[in-house]
Design a protein around this ligand. Sequence first.
Ligand SMILES: [Zn+2]
Length: 185
Amino acid sequence: MNRYKVAEYEIIPTETYKILRNCSGCGGKTVFCSTDKVRVNSNGKQIDIWLIYQCTKCKHSYNLPIRSRINKKHLSKAEYEALLRNDRKMVFQYGLDRVLFQKNNVEIFEEPAYVLRNTGKDTESDVIRFHNPYHLRIRYDKLIAECFKISRSEAKRVFNRFSVQRKYSDLQGTIIDWRIDCAEK
Ligand SMILES: [Zn+2]
C-alpha cells in the first residue's frame, strides 16, 4: 500500500498580491495591499477602472489601472454591477492577475497565502494532482508536505521520487500531475 494518499487538490488563495512601490506618505518603498475595492470612473461613453491599494504603513492609496477608456457598450450590465458592488470573485481575479502588474510595471511583494482543498475526486493511482487556478508560484515540495502532513525535509526526500507526469494550462488555470515512483514504497 502506498502510504502517501493520492488525491486531487485545489490551491485557493485567501488574499491577493501585495505590491511594492514608492509611497509619497512614507517617502520610500513600502508594501501596499489591496483594499479589494474598485474605483469606476465614467466619462460619457468611456469607463476607467482601477483596483485600490493602500500603503500598509500610512494608508496612502494607490490606484492600479485595470482597464482604461473602455466603451461602456463593451461591459455587460452584470459586469458593471459586479464592479459597483466590489464583487469578491472579480476583485480577486484582478488582484491575482500577474499580467496586470507587469503591464503597469508594478513589483509583486510576495506570493499570496492560500489553502489547499481536497476536491474529493479520485486520480489515477500514484498520482497527486494540483489545480492552480491563479497560477500561484508555489514550491511543490511544500505542497506535498502539506498534503501528506509530513515535514519539509521528508517532503524533499519524497519529492525526489515524484516526477511530473503532465502539466498544462487552460482557462481554469494550471493543472499539474505528480506521479510517485511505486518501486520504492
Ligand atoms: Zn506609506
